[in-house]
Ligand binder design. Structure first.
Ligand code: ADP
Ligand code: ZN
Length: 213
C-alpha cells in the first residue's frame, strides 16, 4: 500500500504520518524532513535549498525527484508520502517510477482544514531537533519548556514557521499543490478526511478511511 497525505501547511500531515507509521507499519517519506536533514548536514543540496525553504517557496522538481528516486530504489511499497508530491510534475514522476516497479499510489487522503486556524497552529509549533517529535506552545505543550517529552532533546521552532513564510507556503499550496486533488480524483483514489479536532480523533478518521479502502 502506498498512501499520500495531501493538505496545506499546518494541516497535520507530519503528525498523522508518524501515527500511521506506528499503527500500520508504513514508512514515512517526508521530503520536508529530507530537505531539512540536507540543510543541517550542509550538503550541496542543503546549501541550494535553505533560503528557498525559509522563504516558504517550493524547491525545484528536479531536486525533489532526485531525492525521491533514491528512496524508491530501496523499496516501492509501504510508503506514506508526506508533503510529496507537491506539483503535477512530481505526481507524474512518482507515478512513472512506481509503475516501473509494478507498484502504484493506492490512496490519497486530503486533510480538510479551517484555513483560519492554520496560522495559529504554525506559529506555535515546536519540533524536537533530535527525534522530530512535534509539540505546540498552546495546544500540546511539552512537560518541561523547550525539552522534548519523548527523548529529552531540544525543541526548536522551524525557520519557516513565521507569518510571512506561512503566507507564501499557503499560496504555493493553492497554486501548485491543490490541483493534485483533481488529478487524483480523476484516478478514483482521492478521499477526504476532516483535520479539525484532536490528534486522536483525526488519526481514527484516517485509519477508518484506509480500512474502508
Ligand atoms: P509544510 O507542509 O508544513 O509546509 P514541509 O516540511 O512539508 O512543510 O516542507 C517544508 C518546505 O520544504 C516547503 O515549504 C518547501 O520549501 C520544501 N519542500 C518540501 N517538500 C517539497 C516538495 N515535494 N516540492 C518542493 N518543495 C518541497
Ligand atoms: Zn525528541
Amino acid at each position: 500500500m502506498n498512501l499520500i497525505l495531501l493538505g496545506p501547511p499546518g494541516s497535520g500531515k507530519g503528525t498523522q504520518s508518524k501515527i500511521l507509521v506506528k499503527n500500520l507499519g508504513l514508512v514515512q517519506l517526508s521530503t520536508g524532513d529530507m530537505l531539512r536533514e540536507a540543510v543541517k548536514s550542509g550538503s550541496v543540496i542543503g546549501q541550494k535549498v535553505a533560503k528557498i525553504m525559509d522563504a516558504g517557496e517550493l524547491v525545484t522538481d528536479e531536486i525533489i525527484n532526485s531525492l525521491i528516486r533514491e528512496k524508491l530504489a530501496e523499496r516501492n511499497s509501504g510508503f506514506i508520502f508526506d508533503g510529496y508530491p507537491r506539483t503535477l510534475n512530481q505526481a507524474d514522476s512518482l507515478e512513472a517510477q512506481l509503475a516501473r516497479a509494478g507498484a502504484r499510489v493506492d490512496m490519497v487522503i486530503e486533510l480538510l482544514v479551517d484555513v483560519d486556524q492554520l496560522i495559529e497552529r504554525i506559529v506555535g509549533r515546536l519540533s524536537c531537533v533530535s527525534c522530530g517529535a512535534m509539540f505546540h506552545k498552546t495546544y500540546q505543550p511539552p512537560t518541561i519548556e523547550g525539552i522534548c517529552d519523548v527523548c529529552g532533546g531540544d525543541l526548536m521552532q522551524r525557520k519557516d514557521d513565521n507569518e510571512e513564510s506561512f503566507r507564501t507556503r499557503l499560496l504555493e499550496y493553492y497554486q501548485k499543490t491543490a490541483p493534485l486533488t483533481g488529478y487524483y480524483h480523476r484516478a478514483g483514489i482521492l478521499k477526504h478526511v476532516s483535520s479539525i479536532g484532536s490528534i486522536e480523533e483525526i488519526s481514527e478518521r484516517i485509519e477508518a478511511t484506509i480500512q474502508a479502502g
